[in-house]
Design a binder for this molecule. Sequence first.
Ligand code: ZN
Length: 172
Amino acid sequence: MPKRLPKFVLSKDKLDEKLALLKQSPVPPPEPIAMCYSIALPSPEDQKTFSYICPLCGRKTTHSVDKWDILFQLDQIRDASQTLREKGLEIYLDDKNLCSNCCKPRYALGELFWRITIGERTHFVEIYDWENDYSILTSFLSARNKSDYDKLMLKLSGDLSRLEILLGKTNG
Ligand SMILES: [Zn+2]
């Protein structure tokens, strides 16, 4: 294994500065809401079980889910968080709540969270659409100039709420 490069982490000040730059970008006008053409209903053959072996206590929990469930994407989510860490954000997938033994009482069994540390503070954000979060954070962390920030503002349709939750600015 090659030795890991020294860890590069963006400071809270640097992230705040980037957020302030993004807020200077023009907010695009609202777009008409796209119509949804078809809704696929899950059929019984789409039902699957997902077994989770807890790395902390070793117990197995079986979840009943459909085949598109986020639980089948845990490896992709871990890869995504690794990529974001390489861009300077301390972010990890927290999957403790997949274990019926370790699930904290205030959380529902099966909920997934991002664990994000900025400066001295660690916060948890529930994951609904990890690909969207990944896409927002990638663009945000990679933004270097006004044109990058303008593009991100356009992509977000002027709505910074999810980004601010991810950055620990508001409670998610
Ligand atoms: Zn456990």
